[in-house]
Ligand binder design. Sequence first.
Ligand SMILES: Cc1cc2nc3c(=O)[nH]c(=O)nc-3n(C[C@H](O)[C@H](O)[C@H](O)COP(=O)(O)OP(=O)(O)OC[C@H]3O[C@@H](n4cnc5c(N)ncnc54)[C@H](O)[C@@H]3O)c2cc1C
Length: 419
Amino acid sequence: MTSTIRRDSDALRVAVVGGGAAGMMAAIFASVNGAAVTLFERNDRLGKKLRITGKGRCNLTNNCELNEFLNNVPTNARFLYAALSRFSTADTMDFFEDLGVPLKTERGKRVFPQSDKAGDVVAALDKRCRVLGVDVVNRRVDGLLLDGDTVKGVRIGSEELEFDRVIVATGGRSYPMTGSTGDGYRFAKEAGHTVTPLFPSLVPLVAKGTFCASLQGLSLKNVSLCVKNLQTGKTVFEDFGEMLFTHFGLTGPLILSASAHLLDIAPEKYEVVIDLKPALDEKTLDARILSDFVKYQNRDMINALGDLLPQKMIEPFIRLCGIDVRKKIHSVTREERERMVSVMKGIRIPVMGFRPIDEAIITRGGVSVKEIDPKTMESKKISGLYFAGEILDVDAYTGGFNLQIAFSTAVAAGSAAAL
Ligand SMILES: Cc1cc2nc3c(=O)[nH]c(=O)nc-3n(C[C@H](O)[C@H](O)[C@H](O)COP(=O)(O)OP(=O)(O)OC[C@H]3O[C@@H](n4cnc5c(N)ncnc54)[C@H](O)[C@@H]3O)c2cc1C
């Protein structure tokens, strides 16, 4: 990448608050554009959350076109148009390849480092910051210094540190042990910004009843799952993949993705429907069950379903069908068998709500984008103040979209803040 540093004694002093995906990227672009950059990170290392993304593999972007990208952004997609046009998914890929992180594209156009190591992405950004002379300060910023409608710097305890521009990239409120405790929302409010209500998204679901708890630890691969809004009767999400039962309900990739589609969640507003046998239609499944029944005709129900279901699922499944677990196979009625087919094709689990925001992959809600210039990420209220990354009221589905949003908004903010 180009690294013409035109820094001189008149260089603008830019503070970036938060050394995550957005903060490091903003620091790099502000620096490349000639600013003298100080990056404040409260942890002793940069990119703590970035290190755990994509189960430690970092799904850093999605190799798709702009329109497809925007279809994966349920909140304020239009706001991102300018930033994503300027620094696209292809630009992200070029950027990291140029930094010496070879990439690969997997199912669903998800892009990962070839090494499968999120640490390589962090190390590349960290190194680039240091090569560019970004001053990394491992301290927690407590507030902004404001003078009327202009930002003047940041405050740490009683210390006032002056800067010409400040970029707030403190992230959301999820996974607070990574350092993202939501400080920036307070800074934004104190500066007169609107912060829209914060909700968890890409988050496990709490289920009604004890069915899920009885299957705790069981992971199902290759199931098809849909979520219905019971108030409207509409299917709001449908996909195929992997999920996991827990003591509180449901999690796993399918569930996290589904959660982003559940708006104004309320107890029993939504129902998860799991098709355990998506490859078989009802008739074929019935024939399959019948052939097992012939094979195991003298066994009890509980000892006859091992070819069709995971062991842990057998007893809860039979109970769900309303059949006695000790019933002999040869005495199972046609009506009972039909019930088995229908339950196998659609286990219905009422959703009571989301797990807490601490357990969410991302935060929905944040600094209102109505008050931010979409080309520069500058505040429309306070001159010299910028926001980038998850702190903004934008969020996306899984697939590398959230990190790309962090990168694109950071490039816009970093570049503009240096000029
Ligand atoms: C488990 C998990 C897996 C994920 N996997 C993916 C994935 O594979 N692909 C994807 O696209 N997205 C993924 N995400 C979402 C993605 O990590 C976030 O969207 C992204 O990190 C947001 O970047 P950010 O820079 O805005 O915030 P963050 O990465 O949260 O960084 C904010 C930084 O600011 C620092 N900070 C906060 N307050 C202060 C303060 N007062 N002073 C100084 N520093 C401060 C924090 O310590 C933190 O380092 C995942 C999230 C989680 C939790």
